[in-house]
Design a protein around this ligand. Structure first.
Ligand code: FUL
Length: 466
């Protein structure tokens, strides 16, 4: 018996209950995050920094579920159903690039076990499908399209495999999984992000699969040393703790790795760590916010009227990128193998809206005069020269030196007293605040009230759009 009541019910991550793998909780993951000297704060590796600066990645859920109209396949799907008539990975990539995405991640294998590349490890793949007469390779077309459009390719290889008979037979399945990973990481050039979840259902033999995460991490490190590894437990970037598009308002990029010790760990302490990080965390592990443009991760025509609105997408931008996180927005192709026109139009409208909101920075070219404020605080003041209603405050720390701001406020005034425009806790790579009731102000000041150490200047941009 599977622990999942119905394959189509979308479970919460909490349901990916701790398995016997919990026994490996004490394992210290090999991490490439910078070593922590007793006095130094964690800082991002060059890969983590580049990953965060990309800000937007597009997730592409595509596979047999696209044809069965389900969210989770049970592994018994006939490969013959995989028959996209007009698969066009360039269309995915062109759409992504035009909407401002800089990276794209494909489900090379989802929980149903069907492989989108002609793997040697199983016959359950595109090679057994009628698509391109069994000679097709979606992963190849995907990486080629990414490169042609200047996007960084990433791959998701679901550890949970509901097709493979060895699943649950732990050492044998772990070998099989390592072979699949090796094929993907050796056959397709540079891969920038490798994506794992902790889904861990029961195997056909009724036994729970114990994943060998240290082996998975070391395989990626060895074969693609520049790639960042995503999972709940990092080691390079962490899950943000929900699939609603919302990072913690307080969001440190540092975490205590002992709290989320393996992918799929659950409980209130885990969720809090994923959402908020930890100012005293010993490793740099920034949060990635994954959310779908549709109710489901896979394309279902019945959900065409429920594609998120431009306002929804804008809010998600504020609660992910604008909360020191990276946004991984899922846009699933339909059964023809192309992104739905509804989604394409929505992305382009969203991009246009972002362009108008962030079109003109009222602080551009203005000098900010910074002075120390108490032991660790700092105040920066600027003169906009004209009275301007500020609707959005955009702040950023120099994270190459770590993340330190713990509390701040932003104030403005014309001739009278200072009035609070926004206030918050962490800033990190980027913090966006919407000003509740914009009033015209000529002078603006940023007051860093508290920080983990003597604060430094922060980057400031101010926008009138909303
Ligand atoms: C989860 C999966 O169970 C969902 O189907 C989806 O792929 C999501 C991004 O990750 O773990």
């Amino acid at each position: 018996m599977s622990i999942w009541p119905a394959a189509d019910r979308r479970p919460s991550r909490r349901e990916f209950v701790a398995s016997a793998a919990a026994t490996i909780a004490a394992v210290a993951w090999p991490s490439r995050t910078r070593a922590i000297a007793a006095t130094a704060r964690p800082t991002p590796s060059p890969s983590q920094l580049a990953w965060q600066r990309d800000e937007l990645a597009m997730f592409v859920h595509f596979g047999v579920n696209t044809f069965t109209d389900r969210e989770w396949g049970d592994g018994h799907e006939d490969p013959a159903i995989f028959a996209p008539t007009q698969l066009d990975a360039r269309q995915w990539a062109r759409t992504a690039r035009a909407a401002g995405f800089r990276a794209m991640i494909l489900t090379a294998k989802h929980h149903d076990g069907f492989c989108l590349w002609p793997t040697k490890t199983t016959r359950h793949s595109v090679a057994s499908s009628p698509w391109r007469d069994g000679h097709g390779d979606v992963v190849r077309e995907f990486v080629d399209a990414c490169r042609a459009e200047g996007l960084k390719p990433g791959l998701y290889l679901s550890p949970w495999d509901r097709h493979e008979p060895r699943y649950g037979d732990s050492p044998r399945y772990n070998d099989f999984y390592a072979d699949q990973l090796t094929e993907l990481l050796t056959g397709y050039g540079t891969i920038h992000e490798v994506w794992f979840d902790g889904a861990n259902g029961e195997g056909p033999n009724g036994r729970r699969q114990e994943y060998d995460w240290p082996r998975v991490w070391s395989t990626v490190h060895k074969l693609q040393p520049q790639a960042v590894i995503f999972s709940d437990a990092g080691p390079d970037v962490r899950w943000i703790g929900n699939e609603r598009g919302s990072a913690g308002d307080t969001n440190w990029s540092t975490v205590d790795p002992a709290v989320v010790s393996y992918p799929g760990a659950s409980g209130p302490a885990v969720t809090a760590m994923l959402q908020h990080g930890d100012p005293d965390g010993t490793v740099w592990r920034p949060g990635e916010t994954d959310v779908s443009i549709r109710p489901g991760w896979f394309h279902h025509a019945r959900e065409n009227a429920r594609v998120k609105s431009v306002d929804d997408l804008l809010s998600i931008y504020f609660t992910s990128v604008g909360r020191n996180s990276k946004l991984l927005l899922n846009v699933p192709p339909g059964p023809d193998g192309q992104l739905d026109a509804v989604d394409v139009t929505r992305l382009s409208d969203w991009h246009a809206r972002l362009g108008s909101v962030f079109g003109e920075n009222a602080a551009a070219g203005r000098r900010i005069r910074w002075r120390a404020n108490g032991a660790r605080g700092r105040t920066g003041e600027l003169d906009l020269e004209h009275s301007t209603p500020i609707a959005i405050v955009d702040l950023g720390e120099d994270i190459t030196r770590g993340q330190i701001v713990a509390r701040y406020r932003v104030e403005g005034r014309d001739a009278g007293d200072w009035q609070v425009l926004s206030r918050g806790t962490t800033i990190g790579y980027r913090k966006l605040d919407r000003v509740e009731s914009p009033i015209p102000v000529r002078h603006v000041r940023i007051v860093i009230e508290d920080a983990l150490e003597t604060s430094r200047d922060v980057h400031v941009a101010l926008y009138q759009g909303s």
